[in-house]
Design a protein around this ligand. Structure first.
Ligand code: KG4
Ligand code: ZN
Length: 356
């Protein structure tokens, strides 16, 4: 049983022998939309009533019960302190009451393990509850065996992190590049906010970008030519702000062109730095992870990059790209399997937990 509450998704999943038996996500996105972003206090409060029904539903969907669960895995960090606390308290309480071991999982490492997914029944998509409603999601694409050839180079792109990671084996991770300021997801979110598109900005901005001209605005691509593998995205939001301020009326066409141009600037930088890292580290596989991995343009360009470098490529199924508990369970499964993790109750939430 895996639990994830690091931000604004209350999620629970059941994993058996590395296979996803159920994957339930209760999303608060609609609630935070009215504030233009996640309000930590609101997020934590929302987790409280959602956590037990979400766990219950994950057990039901997996046709199992708590008594049959061997291990409880839970996100330890990074994430919002009070949100993490809800998941961890639930995991510890269940573990103590049922006499089951509890294992802490690093959320960023789990984004990598979204690539190790296989499901019992591929036609059964994860259940996503948006404000209590069940939304249809595309079925998972199964990439059996992919992402397993080491060394792997992983681009992790989420709302709070952007990093290039070299993975020699399970548990052997080295950060080789990082953002020096904003994360890629943050650049999407902040640009979307400036365009008045709402929250979460990434998917909304990329939807707008579909009808836009990505060549109309030449937004900055900071550090794209720097020798290191670090990223910088904070200049982008300033450039978008100036562009927005130049126009008295932001009509849909202008909005779409700005969206497409911003998206292209972000993806150009991500791809250029990944290419540089490939030249330096010569990995066997390139892997994508984190919420921004749901971005269509990035997925396409990442695949093309792998093809041009003759490397295998692993991209998580769409439904496992953004936050979910299945990836937490998979990370715990592989860590336990390779004897790299010990169940314990003596861990606390770590909002700034490092990957390596
Ligand atoms: O990994 P994630 O779900 O949560 C964190 O751990 O932060 O990532 C969320 C980030 C947000 O910034 C969101 O806007 C971005 O991923 N995102 C996208 C897309 N879907 C989610 N960014 C661009 N295009 C998307 N389709
Ligand atoms: Zn995440």
């Amino acid at each position: 049983m895996a639990i994830e509450t690091s931000c604004d998704e209350t999620a629970a999943a059941v994993i058996q022998n590395g296979k996803i038996k159920s994957n339930v996500i209760a999303s608060q996105a609609q609630l935070h939309n009215q504030y233009g972003g996640v309000v930590p206090e609101v997020a934590a409060r929302e987790h409280v009533p959602a956590i037990i029904p979400t766990i219950d539903l994950a057990l039901k969907k997996a046709k199992t019960s708590l008594s049959k669960i061997d291990v409880i895995a839970v996100t330890q960090g990074p994430g919002l302190m009070t949100s993490l606390m809800v998941g961890i308290d639930a995991a510890k309480a269940l573990g103590l009451a049922l006499g089951k071991p509890v294992v802490p999982v690093n959320h960023l490492e789990a984004h990598i393990y979204a690539n190790f997914a296989s499901v019992n029944n591929p036609s059964q998509p994860p259940l996503i509850l948006k404000g209590g409603m069940t939304a249809a999601t595309p079925p998972l694409k199964i990439r059996r065996g992919r992402g397993k050839s080491f060394p792997a180079l992983i681009l992790i792109v989420s709302g709070g992190h952007t990093m290039l990671v070299l993975m020699k084996n399970h548990g052997q991770l080295k950060i080789v590049g990082e953002t020096v300021d904003d994360a890629a997801g943050e650049a999407f979110d902040k640009s979307a906010k400036l365009l008045g598109l709402g929250y979460p900005g990434g998917p909304l901005l990329s939807r707008r970008a579909k009808n836009g001209n990505p060549e109309r605005f030449n937004f900055p691509r900071p550090m794209i030519n720097s020798k290191d593998l670090n990223f910088s995205f904070s200049g982008l939001k300033t450039a978008v702000l100036y562009e927005v301020q130049k126009h008295r009326i932001i009509n849909p066409e202008l909005k779409a062109d700005i969206a497409a141009s911003v998206q292209k600037a972000i993806v150009d930088v991500l791809i250029a730095k990944t290419e540089k890292a490939i030249e330096k580290y010569r990995p066997k596989t390139i892997v994508l992870g984190g919420g921004v991995a749901a971005n269509e343009l990035l997925r396409e360009r990442y695949k093309l990059l792998a093809k041009s470098c003759k490397l295998s490529c692993s991209i998580p199924p769409l439904a496992l790209s953004t936050d979910n508990a299945a990836m937490i369970g998979l990370a715990a499964y592989y860590r336990i399997k390779t004897r790299q993790i010990r169940p314990n109750f003596l861990f606390e939430p770590q909002p700034n937990l490092q990957l390596a």
